[in-house]
Design a protein around this ligand. Structure first.
Ligand code: ADP
Ligand code: GLC
Length: 488
């Protein structure tokens, strides 16, 4: 697997959790996985074995360190160490701006990954090269267009997973020779996208199989409303494309053992959840009296970007603040959303807390200590937080898009297996109405408890989805065999 993030080494969002948990789940099914990622600042891989390697990207020769860490007999991570590119303050950039040399940074990652895969083939056969998001997109493209560089990988199947179609890795056309691709890559059926070169589009077009992270999002992105201009590209490959719902790592996200929590709880025993609620209120500086413990607490943990629907929260703020509820917001991202949350907290200091920053431990406590969790996304390829919420007895309130639509069954008076609340229109009104409905129902414990119990009883572990990936790998292997049979 080639990716730009993996928990616990580097994380800005859900990609990191998936790239960590899927290999473990594949391992349980008997497969062996190498995860190749950059050695960013703060990644301490010095316990691993280090090898210096020359890597050629277009006309440029790099000397990089490849540091291998064995995580289990079936799983290892290889960190690509090139300090000028990766030993920096941020993962993708600083102050909300991407680094200007992103194209080179991830071309180096993809190329080094293929070099490692080819070199280690005897001990770690690479039946499948699985690249994630635009940062991995050049791996399938390089394999398809310059196969002579890696003859050992001719039979390797190429799988590409889209975690978010909105990040397209778009660069000026000059990157094509600079990253070692032939000009025929700059084609409408290749990586060319409106005069630029897209690593994402290249990943889509040069993979044997393409997946995305929920069935609903897979349908949505075939349409102009969600396709971000790539809908035609995906339609052309739709017979090779499918959605597989992400799972969650049930060892890392387990309210019965979570080391970030002051008390533990589980299905049928929610006493510890109240302790977590009190601890959360205390930690974010909200009142902790009996009133506060009775009042519903609504959490949100998110990258603060347009995708996540903070504009809807802003539009609905007056209506939401009129409800008898308290709020904890945790996130970082665009200044306009950070500013809005800070102002909201300043205006309602006894009922709203805004913690700006990335805080893994607090994210766990918000899941445990909140009564409800809000995800009003404009689009959501999968979303992991709603599944963490279900497991932590926290009722999700979501917009009916992507993986949120696939995982949340809305409450109605007669619904069976309801586990949350869901609204359709991307309007402040629809959001406010749904939150109001949830806050009302919260008082009606006989109706509220079944929602919690349903969520906690559900199985969102990786087991099923990992088997789906294996099926995709097998199909991709057949594609690869047919392909190499044709070319040999
Ligand atoms: P996305 O990948 O689009 O950000 P997901 O719901 O798939 O959305 O995953 C987000 C992950 O990132 C979750 O594990 C969430 O807890 C975490 N996360 C997001 N923002 C923060 C933050 N400010 N502090 C801690 N964790 C965060
Ligand atoms: C992306 C998506 C998110 C998804 C995550 C992991 O960051 O925005 O919805 O859960 O990737 O696949």
């Amino acid at each position: 697997m080639v990716a730009s993030e993996a928990t616990p080494w580097a994380k800005t969002g859900g990609l990191a959790d998936v790239v960590a948990a899927l290999p473990t789940a594949l391992g349980s099914l008997g497969h062996r996985v190498t995860t190749i990622l950059p050695k960013y600042r703060g990644v301490r891989a010095d316990v691993g074995v280090r090898l210096e390697r020359g890597v050629r990207v277009g006309p440029t020769e790099y000397t990089v360190g490849c540091e291998t860490v064995d995580l289990s007999p079936r799983r290892r991570a290889v960190f690509i160490d090139y300090p000028p590119y990766f030993d920096r303050d941020g993962i993708y950039g600083v102050g909300g701006r991407d680094y200007a040399d992103s194209a080179q940074r991830y071309a180096l990652l993809a190329t080094a990954a293929l070099d490692v895969a080819a070199a280690d083939l005897a001990s770690w056969p690479a039946d499948v090269i699985h690249a994630h998001d635009w940062q991995g997109g050049l791996a399938p493209a390089l394999l398809a267009l310059t196969p002579g560089r890696w003859p050992a990988l001719l039979q390797s199947a190429r799988v590409f997973t889209i975690h978010n179609l909105a990040y397209q890795g778009l660069f000026p056309r000059d990157v094509v020779p600079a990253v070692g691709l032939p000009w025929r890559a700059f084609d409408i059926a290749g990586g060319e996208f409106w005069g630029q070169f897209s690593y994402l589009k290249a990943g889509i077009n040069y993979a044997d199989r393409i997946t995305t992270v929920s069935p609903r999002y897979a349908e949505e992105i075939l349409t102009p409303a969600f396709g971000v201009g790539m809908e035609g590209v995906l339609q052309a490959r739709r017979h090779r494309f499918q959605g597989i719902l992400n799972g969650i790592d049930t060892a890392v996200w387990d309210p019965q053992t979570d080391p970030h929590l002051p008390a533990h709880f589980g299905p049928g025993d929610l006493a510890g959840k109240r302790v977590c609620k009190r601890a959360l209120l205390e930690r974010v500086g909200l009142p902790v009296g009996d009133d506060a413990l009775e009042r519903p607490l609504i959490g949100l943990v998110s990258r603060l970007v347009a995708q996540k629907g903070l504009d809807l929260v802003e539009g609905a703020a007056t209506a939401l603040m009129a409800l008898d509820a308290a709020w904890v917001f945790v996130g970082s991202g665009e200044p306009r959303f950070e500013g809005f949350l800070k102002r909201l907290a300043a205006a309602h200091p006894s009922r709203v807390a805004a913690v700006i920053g990335f805080d893994e431990s607090l994210a766990h406590l918000v899941e445990a200590g909140s009564d409800m969790f809000l995800m009003p996304s404009h689009f959501e390829p999968c979303g992991l937080n709603q599944m963490y919420s279900l497991r932590y007895g926290t009722v999700p309130i979501v917009r009916a898009v992507g993986g949120l639509d696939d995982t949340i069954q809305p409450y109605t008076a007669r619904a069976v297996k309801a586990n949350g609340f869901k609204f359709h229109d991307a309007t402040p009104d629809a959001l406010a109405r749904t939150v109001r409905q949830a806050v009302r129902l919260y008082r009606d414990k006989e109706r509220w408890h079944p929602l919690i119990e349903q969520g906690m009883a559900e199985d969102h572990s990786w087991a099923r989805s990992a088997r789906e990936y294996v099926k995709v790998y097998r199909r991709a292997r057949l594609d690869a065999a047919a392909r190499s049979g044709l070319t040999s």
